[in-house]
Design a protein around this ligand. Structure first.
Ligand SMILES: Cc1ncc(COP(=O)(O)O)c(C=O)c1O
Length: 390
């Protein structure tokens, strides 16, 4: 068979190695606690499910919908931006419904990056942030994200060293996997850097609502002048426990939104209309679900980090559904993939090796807080046993 250049550019998916081992262990009957794949386990609230069911009974909702999303859904997301960030958006020109944040972001990158274009991406990163560039045929300049202090300066240097001149920066705060979280002053610096250097800023804000201890992540659109160069992606997956429904949004300047809308009009007919209708209710209806989900992630985070205590000291993240942990000193030499295998084999706990998110992820593992607190405590006990016994 002839070579398929785009496919061949995708490296083997390191994260699937631990996943395979997990499946094998489960087939052997082992009770593996899965903190690897970040697949939320909360149930969507009943009022949203009920709305989906009743809308699905109406044959008028069985046709192709509109690719940009129903006007009322776009109005609902502009209301959310107004409530959450004080940002005013025009529902006609500055927002779009996407099939999850991931679909919107990756199609935007695929639409704007051409063969030979250069894009900057923090390293480590959520895999599609880097791989959408490769799929588009572009070249990737990975810029180490850690420590966050100095990141903007490292980006500045990367821009000056990159040839051809980079076209866009793909950022995401609160960040998966590192949980790095920023304030508005930091976001302002990012926007200024992109404006000064003629870069598009693609910002993934999938964890807008998943934040703790009084921390509130900013939107890039809060920064004056950001709209001309920035597009931001948000999602109902985590905040409203709707991961499988595939509902996300793009927001930003009219020109960028129009570009994405144009590409999407060729690619899809929009999200199934009953899902859009239920999503309007999710955004406009009672928000208890968001508070419950956040409280739950926080309780799981605390159960893990407090539970591991002094045996494995980990900093508490201010946001996301993840915990990013440096390998315990005694195991640091073995690297994140071997340590993840060890955790699986000896403690029956699946985690993601940091190396799976890019070279700078080495030395860390990522816990996804997708098991309840009881199971999380069970994981803590087995990990502590492993750490003690070696
Ligand atoms: C940074 C980031 N963006 C996007 C997604 C996926 O969002 P969605 O379900 O809206 O596609 C995830 C899920 O893990 C994520 O971590």
């Amino acid at each position: 068979m002839s070579r398929f250049e785009k496919i061949d550019r995708l490296p083997p998916y390191v994260l699937s190695i631990v996943n395979e081992l997990k499946l094998e262990a489960r087939r052997r009957g082992e009770d593996v606690i899965d903190l690897g794949f970040g697949n939320p386990n909360h149930a969507t609230p009943p009022h949203i499910v009920e709305k989906l069911v009743s809308a699905a009974r109406d044959p008028r909702n069985h046709r192709y919908s509109v690719s940009r999303g129903l006007p009322n859904l776009r109005r609902a997301i502009t209301r959310w931006y107004q409530r959450r960030f004080g940002v005013e958006l025009d529902f006609e020109t500055e927002v779009l419904n996407t099939i999850g944040a991931k679909e919107g972001l990756s199609h935007f990158v695929m639409a704007t990056v051409s063969r030979g274009d250069m894009a900057l991406c923090p390293d480590p990163s959520y895999p599609i942030h880097a791989f959408s560039v490769l799929i588009a045929g572009g070249d990737l300049h990975r810029v180490p994200l850690q420590p966050l202090d100095g990141f903007v300066e490292r980006l500045r240097e990367a821009i000056s060293l990159s040839w051809p001149h980079p076209k866009l920066l793909i950022a995401s705060f609160p960040h998966n996997p590192t949980t790095a979280s920023v304030d508005l002053a930091f976001m302002t610096k990012l926007v200024e850097l992109c404006r000064e250097n003629d870069l598009l800023l693609v910002h993934d804000l999938a964890y807008a609502e998943i934040c703790f201890d009084g921390y509130r992540p900013p939107s890039v659109l809060e920064v004056p002048g950001a709209r001309e160069i920035a597009i931001e992606f948000t999602s109902l997956s985590k905040s409203h426990a709707m991961a499988g429904w595939r509902v996300g949004f793009a927001a930003g300047g009219a020109e960028l939104i129009q570009m994405l809308g144009r590409v999407k009009s060729y690619l899809d007919y929009g999200t199934f209309q009953p899902i859009q209708i239920a999503s309007i209710l999710a955004l406009d209806g009672p928000q208890d679900v968001v508070h419950e989900v956040v409280a739950d992630y926080q309780a799981r985070r605390d159960a893990l980090i407090d539970g591991l205590g002094s045996e494995w000291k980990i900093e508490k993240p201010p946001a996301t559904m993840f915990v990013w942990a440096p390998l315990p000193e005694r195991f640091a030499e073995m690297g994140s993939l071997a340590f993840s295998k060890l955790l699986l084999q000896r403690a029956q706990v699946a985690v993601s090796p940091g190396i799976g998110f890019g070279p700078s992820g080495e030395g860390y593992v990522r816990f996804a807080m997708v098991e309840n607190t009881h199971r999380t405590r069970q994981a803590v006990r087995s990990i502590r046993r492993l750490l003690r016994d070696g």
